[in-house]
Write a protein that binds this ligand. Structure first.
Ligand SMILES: Cc1cc2nc3c(=O)[nH]c(=O)nc-3n(C[C@H](O)[C@H](O)[C@H](O)COP(=O)(O)OP(=O)(O)OC[C@H]3O[C@@H](n4cnc5c(N)ncnc54)[C@H](O)[C@@H]3O)c2cc1C
Length: 403
């Protein structure tokens, strides 16, 4: 039997894969979107989106459907340092060109299912419960994947394969692009009802050894995310809820606000995040979203990066497939360059904040100064992707922050 054949095979139906599928199918390409899960599904994530993420969702045409779920319209983020300094960042006061003055809580059970359904409406063939196992390139340049689906093994081919299969990407591994990263951290994420003192704004609490994010996803429920170095998480084995409780107890500001009897489902655990890719392109294949690069959840916005990456990848694929013949790596190079331009500021900011967090006294002082000097909202706009990073990462601003 000859294998099922498409223009583009997209592996992974999270935000990166679905957004790529929406864009390519809308342009008339024959796209198959393959995911091992059945949707709706949960995903370990703090579920926070800035106004820029909202803009990308609007560009995809999925925002009206998301707005109908009435999840929280977030006004910004408050950051609390270990010694108690706070900054209050507000999207409305950040400057730049926000799409609207609020961000959006994006429960993944809702977001990912809406994006996937939208990809189907755009014309993509959706295959849930379809786990990709191998990837190879035929002598004629077509890409072949084998999948396990309903207990059977099948083969599909495409001119291009998009690896949108997340942090531990099978496609990146099959392409030989995976290597060790530096973020050896573990995350514990829970949905908890009845957290005290929540307003429609996210909170980040930095302590030792990790940090906790609170995101009010709707009127009752808060997403509680604890991120710690992997070596500090060894005591969590078999008791994720107990480990989360002990982590929260170490933060005086949170100890009495969160009662884990309000858990709506089991605590999710993911990590360590210590994988990265050497390149985002290969002959006949490219990587988007977490498969291409994982950003520290502290600066968040992995979903925004996945949606932006999908936009850049789609533009390159459309160009590459307009020509006949095999798609070599050189035809996909524009994607790699576009990523570098789009994410350079984000990399710099992530590294800067990551380093500052390792020095609690410096971090505390910086948080206090950002607040005092009226730069808190600018920072939230920069991490949110709608204020240029140069507004914070310039010598003048950096001296004002630490000197
Ligand atoms: C603790 C934590 C908190 C976070 N908080 C935020 C936040 O608040 N805001 C934010 O914007 N980002 C956040 N992120 C990052 C965000 O979750 C990711 O950046 C985002 O999910 C990336 O989307 P993606 O489509 O690349 O991958 P994913 O969402 O991981 O989707 C990958 C898909 O691929 C499928 N798949 C995997 N392997 C295979 C296979 N072999 N065959 C078929 N299918 C496969 C999976 O089932 C999955 O559906 C957080 C991440 C973590 C870990």
């Amino acid at each position: 039997m000859s294998p099922e054949s498409h223009d583009v095979l997209i592996v992974g139906g999270g935000p990166a894969g679905s957004a790529t599928a929406i864009r390519l199918a809308a342009e008339g390409l024959d796209v198959a979107l393959l995911d091992r899960s059945h949707f709706p599904r949960l995903k370990c994530c703090a579920e926070y989106g800035s106004p820029e993420a909202v803009r990308e969702l609007d560009r995809l045409g999925v925002l009206p459907a998301l707005d109908r779920h009435h999840t929280t319209r977030l006004t910004g983020t408050t950051v609390t340092a270990a010694a108690g300094s706070q900054l209050h960042g507000r999207f409305a006061e950040a400057g730049g060109t926000p799409f609207r003055t609020t961000g959006l809580a994006m429960p993944r059970r809702i977001l990912d299912a809406e994006l996937l359904a939208h990809a189907g409406r755009a014309g993509a063939t959706i295959r849930e419960g379809c786990r990709v196992q191998t990837l190879s390139r035929r002598p004629d340049g077509r890409m072949t994947v084998t999948v396990e689906e309903a207990g059977r093994t099948r083969t599909l081919t495409g001119r291009v394969v998009v690896g949108a299969d997340g942090l531990r990407s099978r496609i990146a591994r099959e392409l030989g692009l995976r290597t060790r990263g530096r973020l050896a951290r573990i995350a514990f994420v829970a949905h908890v009802e009845g957290v005290e003192g929540m307003v429609p704004s996210a909170e980040m609490h930095v302590g030792r050894p990790g940090y906790v994010g609170l995101n009010p996803i709707d009127a009752r429920t808060t997403n509680v995310a604890l991120v710690v170095p992997a070596d500090a998480a060894s005591g969590a084995r078999g008791d994720a809820a107990g480990f989360l409780r002990r982590g929260l107890d170490q933060l005086p500001a949170l100890r009495h606000r969160i009662d884990l009897r309000g858990l709506t489902e089991a605590v999710m655990v993911t990590g360590p995040f210590d994988v990265r890719c050497r390149r985002s392109t290969a002959d006949g294949a490219l990587l988007v979203g977490d498969a291409a690069e994982f950003f520290d959840p502290f600066t968040g916005e992995g979903i925004l990066s996945a949606l932006v990456g999908a936009r850049l990848a789609s533009a390159t694929i459309l160009e590459a497939l307009a020509e006949h013949g095999p798609v070599g790596r050189h035809r996909l190079a524009s994607y790699r360059h576009a990523r570098q331009r789009a994410f350079r500021g984000k990399w710099l900011l992530e590294r800067t904040i990551g380093h500052a967090m390792q020095w609690p006294a410096l971090f505390d002082r910086t948080v206090a100064r950002l607040e005092r000097r009226g730069m808190a909202s600018t920072l939230i706009g920069v991490t949110g992707g709608f204020v240029p990073h140069t507004r914070i990462l310039n010598p003048f601003a950096l001296i004002r922050m630490v000197a």
